[in-house]
Write a new protein. Structure first.
Length: 210
């Protein structure tokens, strides 16, 4: 998260992240919120969550959830239970054929609950993650990321991008007018591609335990 991002904008992004994860039944820990937004201290993430409670946008759940974002829930009035799930095609590796061809050769579908004014018009797909380059953002090998199809991104967004005919999940940044795809693991090098195609923005991460 850029240090120049206004606090209100950061909090809105945290709210959307929490809302998406809570609606999917995958509440994150406070440390996952910290990692996702690049805070140096876990207390910063905690402070934003507590402010969202004070604003009435999140509620504290009952139970022994000390130190976890799993102790938060959405107010009943904020959840549109009438919204039917959207079925996002689940893709494996996206390579030379591109997104359209990959969707035709999908593994299956993933149900996604979305709400808000744009929910009905959103196009989504899901991608199975390979490798550990986004480990510190809480995205691990075997996870499934839910992606909203779009061809633009803002600094700090986690995106799926096509580079050298293969899709990669990275944090989108700009440096001196060039796109930088930043891994969230110091063992991996950043990518500064000559040509990049943004396929979409990651809006949710799912982890399945056998």
């Amino acid at each position: 998260m850029s240090p120049k991002t206004p606090p209100g904008e950061t909090r809105e992004q945290i709210y959307q992240f929490m809302r998406d994860r809570l609606l999917a039944g995958k509440p994150p820990t406070v440390r996952e919120v910290q990692a996702r937004f690049g805070f140096k201290a876990v207390q910063t993430a905690q402070a934003h969550l507590e402010q969202l409670v004070a604003e009435g946008r999140l509620e504290k759940s009952l139970g022994d959830y000390k130190g976890h974002a799993r102790g938060y829930s959405l107010p009943v009035s904020s959840v549109d239970h009438s919204s039917p799930p959207v079925f996002a095609p689940l893709l494996g590796a996206i390579q030379a054929g591109g997104l359209a061809e990959a969707i035709e050769d999908r593994e299956g579908v993933v149900p996604v609950v979305r709400s808000g004014r744009r929910a009905g018009s959103e196009k989504l797909f899901a991608l199975r993650v390979r490798g550990e380059s986004m480990r510190d953002a809480g995205i691990l090998p075997g996870d499934v990321v839910i992606v909203r199809v779009q061809n633009t991104a803002n600094a700090g967004d986690i995106v799926v991008a096509m580079v050298d005919e293969e899709a990669t999940v990275k944090t989108f940044k700009m440096r001196r007018g060039r796109v930088v795809l930043q891994p969230e693991n110091p063992a991996f090098e950043e990518i500064v591609p000559d040509h990049v195609e943004i396929l979409g923005k990651v809006i949710e991460v799912r982890r399945y335990i056998d």
